[in-house]
Design a protein around this ligand. Structure first.
Ligand SMILES: [Zn+2]
Length: 375
């Protein structure tokens, strides 16, 4: 299991674990951004809520390593006091009772602070300490928001599509959920990881767009890696992983210009079906999660790596797309693989055994356009 093998293994530092957890959240946020097809970039909290919805096990594994979850001593204190008040600790709703009890205790403290501030202000007495304490209480209150986010209003969820021959389950073991997109398409999201995982080397996102009206599909594969300050370097295992992704995408015709479309779109970016997606190192505990959002075509990475071992941040500016740039270009068919018959993609997966990507957590998104009459 992911948790026992990696997140509970003391050989790996908290920083490595936090980086892996952050990559999973960033991957999910990027997927939601592409699926929603708007300039709106979902918050990390929204992405975390979807991870929880699709795979409670992966959520439980990563949540302790995300800065948003790091609890202040004040939050811990209120939780302890709330726990003391709860009579039936075995209750199924223990977590939500604990949160609501702690929230009302914090609110009472805020009210007390407000009363003191009001009284003292009238008589021109000092209120600095109370103002400071109130600020801490308000941020303690805010920290309960993440856990209240079970209802995620971006997509209608629990939408069920019957198993159709086009969509055989990728793996019976993986977690999966179907959502209805605002444009009427279906988004099927999978969260998976290899059975045995020694070290989380990165996160793979596979985004596939199926059009059942034309029986065609196109896709983009993204591999997430952490920037080391101003550069990206690869150890032996990472190099093998990168080469494997190159062999499996760029080197098998997916990045070739289809002759029928050679001059179809003058705005088309080069045909590359795979991208390296560097994320920033996670900041120290307690800080916000942030990422720059570079997407670099793997064909280009390969060219760069032929001349240098290290890829510098400034050297990729010309060839990289931001998250928003990628979302727009992918949704307008300017980047990613060419369209191909669905059968060809199935054949490609069958031959290549792509589900066996050692060391990576996988987020698979299948966007499916059906014939309207089928619903
Ligand atoms: Zn390529």
């Amino acid at each position: 299991m992911l948790k026992e093998d990696f997140f509970e293994n003391e050989e790996f530092s908290d920083e490595e674990k936090a980086n892996a957890a952050f990559q999973i959240v960033t991957g999910m946020r990027d997927v939601l951004n592409v699926a929603l097809k708007s300039n709106y970039v979902p918050t990390y909290q929204k992405a975390i809520a979807y991870i929880k919805d699709i795979s409670p096990a992966i959520y439980d594994t990563i949540i302790d390593y995300l800065p948003e979850k790091v609890e202040s001593d004040l939050v811990k204190r209120f939780k302890e006091s709330a726990d003391a008040e709860i009579e039936f600790k075995e209750s199924e709703n223990y977590d939500s009772i604990l949160s609501s009890t702690a929230i009302s205790m914090i609110q009472q403290e805020i009210d007390k602070c407000d009363a003191t501030i009001q009284k003292n202000s009238k008589s021109s007495k000092d209120v600095k300490a109370n103002r400071g304490y109130k600020k801490q209480l308000l941020s303690a209150l805010k920290s309960f928001d993440v856990r209240k986010m079970n209802e995620h209003e971006l997509l209608s969820h629990d939408f069920y599509i019957a198993n159709r021959k086009e969509f055989k389950l990728i793996d019976e073991e993986v977690d999966r959920k179907d959502y209805r997109l605002p444009d009427g398409k279906i988004l099927r999201l999978y969260l998976a990881h290899p059975n045995k995982i020694e070290q989380v080397l990165g996160v793979d996102v596979i985004y596939e767009c199926y059009d059942l009206r034309l029986n065609m599909v196109r896709f983009a594969h993204l591999q997430y890696k952490t920037w080391k300050t101003l550069s990206l370097s690869f150890d032996e295992r990472e190099k093998r992983q990168l080469e494997r992704m190159y062999t499996n995408t760029c080197a098998c015709n997916h990045c070739e210009v289809p002759s029928a479309f050679a001059s179809a779109s003058p705005y088309r970016f080069p045909y590359c079906a795979a991208f390296l997606r560097p994320t920033n190192k996670i900041m120290p505990k307690g800080s916000k999660m942030m990422t720059m959002g570079d997407h670099i075509p793997l064909c280009k990475i390969n060219e760069l790596r032929a001349s240098t071992e290290q890829i510098l941040k400034h050297s990729i500016q010309e060839i990289s797309l931001t998250q928003q740039g990628f979302e727009e270009a992918f949704n307008k068919f300017h980047v990613g693989s060419r369209w191909m018959p669905i059968g060809d993609l199935e054949e490609y997966y069958r031959k290549r055994n792509l589900t066996d990507l050692s060391g990576n957590v996988r987020i698979i998104a299948q966007e499916i356009a059906f014939n309207e009459v089928e619903f």
